[in-house]
Design a protein around this ligand. Sequence first.
Ligand code: ADP
Ligand code: MG
Length: 703
Amino acid sequence: MRPSLLDPFFASVRSLSGVGPKVAVLLAKLLGTEGPGASEPRVGQLLFLPPHSVIDRRNRPGIAFAQEGAIVTLEVRVDRHQPAPRGRSNVPHRVFCHDDTGEIALVFFHAQQPWLERTMPVGETVIVSGRMEWFNGRASMVHPDHIASIEDAASLPLVEPIYPLTSGLSPKTLTRAIREALTRIPPLPEWVEPALLTRERFLSHEEALRTLHQPEEPADIAPESPARRRLAYDEFLAGQLALALVRLKTRKLSGRPLDGDGRLVNQVLEALPYSLTHSQQKAVEDIITDLKQPERMLRLLQGDVGSGKTVVGLLAMAHAAEAGGQSALMAPTEVLARQHYATIAPIAEKAGLRAALLTGREKGRERQQILDDLKSGDIHIIIGTHALFQEKVEYHDLVLTIIDEQHRFGVHQRLQLTAKGTAPDMLVMTATPIPRTLVLTAFGDMDVSKLTEKPAGRRPITTATIPMERMDELVERMRGAIADGQKIYWICPLVEESELVELTSAEERFQSLQPIFGEQIGLIHGRMSGAEKDEAMRAFKNGETRILIATTVIEVGVDVPDATVIVIEHAERFGLAQLHQLRGRVGRGDKPSTCLLLYKGPLGEVSRARLQVMRETEDGFRIAEEDLKLRGEGELLGTRQSGTPGFRLASIEAHGDLLEVARKDARLILERDPDLASERGTALRLLLYLFGRDEAVRLLRAG
Ligand code: ADP
Ligand code: MG
């Protein structure tokens, strides 16, 4: 149960004055909390919305010295009201005022006269803040942003935070809601270590929130300010602690050493038509060492596209089989699951291992047979999509789970998977070369193996950019390539808004090229049935078709080693990571390959930079870094697709150093207090709730 101390943070925003159902919907949109089944945003979520800038109203020059266009705050005496004449609503209401230096007219269009007279009674002194205007030597201010009496002067924000907005939401409403939210928050016990508090000059969590929303200096809201750093640290710590808890608790759960005599592993090695690269060998050794330990394995296998991760996974599964256990390999798409099955099954068979495929498509008796054989232990290796875990699949003895292309699943699913209680050893394979900082935020303190070399015989890929206008030339080149016996992928433009439009563009391209290439052209897209997709892939693999028109369904993992050309249409619409993934579909055989990036100009700055990077390098790590620079960190992990909220207050770029501190701190905390039972532990539980990491708290209880 969530401690009641935190209730004010979890109250609906509708409990704030001025926030009704309509505004609540707008706030959900602004905070990114909307969605099916989502509840109204919470007060705490609102407080975690940082202002992006401030308006500095500290300039108090006196009327005569205020510059044209400047934002100033003035203390003036009200001399006279000049209301709009009756029936002439286009003439403004003017309020004439003065201070020691001069006179000014405050100008209000369509204003409520009684309200103005009440707010600015003649003879009183008031404080106004807004933009200064001069015309013909006369000073005026149209619709001051703030008007306050002398008694209320303190309520006028001299450094006013400015928040991101969404259409329909007025800044006044938002600011008022946040201000009120601030009055609700209770002081919380400190969870940060005293030494770190001192070293970083951190404010308390509560003070940091107040400073963020009621800054005294513009610098108070800057990413490097102590307030912001404190909150960023809290956010990182909550994340790292949650991940460390998952790791700790799930490791305890399994605790079964998998021993083997190397027999099956060797048989698989012998069945391979090639020998392993050094880094593949090293990765296999790492993994087998892990599997032999009584603790649960949580390892990330990172390797650029084409580096040969699949076979590493297969060898791990062979070891698991030596120990008498079953393995499951989960792929993000059906196409990919099928392809894994097609590569793995024949090799596994040579080692006497039975592999099977299970996706949403296996039905009826066939499916039942697979389920029965899984339960009896007749199947050693099961390959499939998330159906492997979501449905009522019973295993005889599942000891190893391999997740391919993890970034597609998102961290959330991984937590769910683990929280389900199945706790086999886990290997995560990813082609996105994730920088270390991102590995940390997404996976916590996970062990990592890297495939740093490409298998021998790989040829570099030549990458060129071509403007759309030269399509005819391109088609001629394609003709030549096909006559030369080559195979070509043709990727149709990514259409952000709609899968349907994307589909149309693929079909249209297919129709426009078919008269030229006839029978040799095939089509594959996401809306096809599984069987149709298989057929399209099969025909391309066998060489019955030589050009495959595709939407981005082939983005991840598809392996047709003798495809040597990839054309990417409207390349300027793709992100770098995606372009790199797509390009990795070629260059897999022994022939030189080409990647042609078709673009439609004029190019924006970012698109131009992306295409440039693609031309310059094939190095996945460099591409990932550039991507990070060009797009910001959230998207690299595909968090957008999976809907996992990113960080609200912390940014890896600005607070990367704190992430490292948080990681160490999390580990130390759990070493000393694995159940978070101490006084600090109790405070840390609050932190986990505060940042929505309750899954981890649940694990605590499960022990
Ligand atoms: P990815 O890391 O992108 O998943 P794959 O596992 O699909 O890469 O491997 C890409 C291709 O490289 C496959 O055709 C595979 O058979 C081949 N391959 C893997 N390891 C080696 C190796 N050591 N030598 C030669 N070819 C290899
Ligand atoms: Mg792969």
